[in-house]
Design a binder for this molecule. Structure first.
Ligand code: PLP
Length: 395
């Protein structure tokens, strides 16, 4: 064992009690119970050493972190750390230019999670309903619960797609009560896209004044030519709100930067509920990130290579993997996933929480090559002797 591994192993063992607490296996069993938590919220791990020793495959982050160009911009921005009204690098204009829209079409959030919450508050107040699928990213549903509004959650199709015909039906049937429709594209946790034809079908099929929130957090990882961003609908003036984040492709999850692109009248309705407290480093880093398309290409290439390699290995072992267009995938493990999650945790590997009703599917984020190696070693251990009975592996 070389020095680096010896040290990190010592840290790992030394931090084990707190890791187990963090992982919900020790006395603090429910500290981080497997309830969905909005990105960037909730208690952090007990110690940094314990956290650093984990393979972090549970939150669809970007293990590469910000590239050099973004680090430089953020370092530069430190000189404004003690100010209020400082130059912000032109972040709103940069986002507007990136999408070919105007600054009044853009609202910043501390992560796109804030945008989802703001949309929830703006359009669900007064006991309205949101229409969406289950499972999907849960923040808008949580916000609905927080403000005593409701969600109409529709099941996915047998091939894990979001069913546009059912969404249209539910929206029309509840028209007077529906505040907005939520579409996560590609969907988290499945990694499956809504095609551009399906997006059009939805927008043409629901009442034309119905707001639609389209969450494009994983936009940059998609390869399928049938996918397209829905931002052109904003330019057409349709009541479409696009949510984007710098947490995934840009590797800035802890910096908390996201935004909405929407028609100005919707942005104006949302703005009073936004915190307007994005930090200076995130703003300058965001501007640099939008320019560094080469870094984003690199992240995409390496992430997809690793995803395909890992999914291929699991498939050849007989486990069905849902074809993903993101930096994570789901594998059917043919047993209740809660126990599997705990088996991984005992090995210092954090994987995704359960996503009912898909309780035999494990969501795995793509980490570093080393993390994915640890995942595969652990997977083989946990499933040693198991005979997957999957008839049709979908690769
Ligand atoms: C689909 C989706 N939307 C939004 C978010 C929120 O991310 P953030 O608040 O870091 O931008 C996430 C985070 O995992 C996500 O998966």
């Amino acid at each position: 064992m070389d020095m680096k591994h010896a040290v990190s192993r010592r840290h790992f063992v030394g931090g084990m009690a707190s890791v187990l607490g963090y992982l919900g296996l020790g006395p603090e069993a429910n500290l981080l119970a497997q309830a969905p938590r909005a990105a960037g919220q909730g208690p952090g791990p007990v110690t940094a050493d314990a956290y650093d020793a984990l393979a972090k495959l549970g939150n669809n982050e970007n293990p590469h972190g910000p590239p050099e160009s973004v680090m430089k911009a953020m370092n530069h921005a430190f000189k404004y750390a003690q100010r209020y009204n400082y130059p912000d690098g032109g972040i709103v204009q940069a986002i507007a230019d990136h999408h070919g829209v105007k600054p009044e079409n853009v609202l910043l959030g501390a992560g796109s999670g804030e945008i989802l919450t703001v949309v929830g508050t703006t359009f669900l107040m007064g006991g309205k309903k949101v229409v969406g699928v289950e499972p999907t990213y849960a923040t808008v549903y949580q916000q609905a619960t927080n403000i005593k509004a409701e969600a109409i959650k529709l099941p996915l199709t047998d091939d894990y797609r979001q069913d546009m015909a059912e969404m249209i039906k539910a929206t029309k049937a509840n028209y007077r009560d529906v505040g907005f429709v939520y579409l996560c594209n590609p969907n988290n946790p499945t990694g499956v896209i809504v095609t551009k034809q399906e997006t059009k079908q939805l927008l043409d099929g629901i009442p034309e004044d119905m707001p639609v929130l389209i969450d494009e957090a994983y936009h940059h990882f998609v390869e399928d030519p049938n996918y397209a961003t829905a931002t052109p609908y904003v330019l057409e003036g349709r009541p479409v709100i696009i949510a984007r984040t710098f947490s995934k492709i840009a590797g800035m999850a802890a910096m908390r930067l996201g935004y909405a692109v929407a028609p100005p009248e919707l942005i104006q309705r949302m703005r009073p509920y936004a915190s307007n407290s994005i930090n200076v480093l995130a703003k300058w880093g965001g501007v640099a990130s939008l320019k560094d398309t080469a870094a984003q290409e690199r992240v995409k290439r390496e992430t997809l290579q690793l995803r395909k390699k890992t999914a291929g290995e699991l498939t050849s072992m007989g486990y069905a993997v849902i074809p993903s267009e993101t930096n994570f995938f789901m594998v059917q493990v043919k047993r209740p996933v809660q126990g599997v999650i705990e088996d991984f945790r005992k090995r210092g590997i954090v994987v995704g929480r359960p996503f009912p009703p898909m309780v035999e599917h494990l969501r795995v984020s793509i980490g570093t090559p080393e993390e994915m190696d640890r995942f595969m070693v652990a997977f083989k251990e946990i499933f040693a002797g198991a005979k997957p009975t999957t008839a049709a592996n979908r690769g």
